[in-house]
Design a protein around this ligand. Structure first.
Ligand code: HEC
Length: 193
């Protein structure tokens, strides 16, 4: 009797359902000559377990409040890293780097976008968590002042974009100074040294 002529089923278990409930996903007739099919079967089985792993990662469950707080700190610090990256070339022009209106225009737009995200990334109040942060508690207890600093930055960044669009060197550098001032003013009040 040649048992290898019997159809072989590849079972794929994508959930935590017991093996008995798994449904065959492919039926392949394997013969002695078709070793390639066995290899294919093994590959499919490997793919099946990879799928189980990725499903498990996707379903790792909701974060604990502590994990959410850590995530919130990472996100807002990441946002400011990007904002610093955007303003960097403009800040350099305030010192000794050659003036380039097109660069200022591009970076001013990035500062506008990131400034528009500050309020959102501070929505999660991390005051009662043990997190490594320079954010002062007054961000949440004195929210209207904090929001005002955000608006100031948005206004300054819009003025910067407008001046750069006109390629007006003097007005652009003045507006760039005002943006730097808006960053500094918020850091003085709401960021630990
Ligand atoms: C509305 C307030 C506010 C404004 C405006 C602001 N910042 Fe900040 N910034 C903060 C706070 C608060 C932190 C500390 C965040 C933390 O540690 O959780 C910070 C942190 C930073 C950091 C350090 C990020 C890190 O990895 O820890 C950089 C860089 C930075 N800001 C750059 C800027 C630049 C550049 C601007 C202006 C274009 C700016 N910020 C405008 C409040 C502000």
């Amino acid at each position: 009797m040649n048992s290898t002529d019997a159809p072989q089923a590849v079972y794929c278990r994508l959930s935590h359902a017991p093996a008995s409930q798994a449904k065959p996903v492919v039926n392949i007739r394997v013969t002695e000559e078709t070793t390639m099919n066995r290899i294919a079967l093994m590959a499919l089985a490997a793919l099946g377990s990879a799928a189980v792993i990725s499903v498990a990662i996707a379903q790792r469950g909701p974060q604990t409040p502590e994990q959410q707080a850590e995530q919130a700190v990472k996100t807002r610090q990441g946002l400011f890293e990007v904002q610093g990256f955007a303003f960097g070339p403009v800040g350099a022009m305030l010192k000794d780097a050659p003036f380039d209106a097109a660069v200022v225009q591009k970076e001013a737009a990035r500062v506008q976008v990131t400034a528009g995200m500050i309020a959102e990334v501070f929505q999660f109040d991390t005051r009662k968590f043990q997190v490594s942060t320079k954010a002062k508690e007054t961000i949440w207890s004195n929210k209207s002042d904090f929001d005002k600093k955000i608006t100031d930055l948005q206004t300054a960044a819009a003025d910067l974009a407008a001046a750069a669009a006109k390629s007006d060197r003097a007005a652009t550098l003045k507006a760039a100074g005002a943006v730097g001032g808006a960053c500094k003013s918020c850091h003085e009040d709401f960021r630990d040294k």
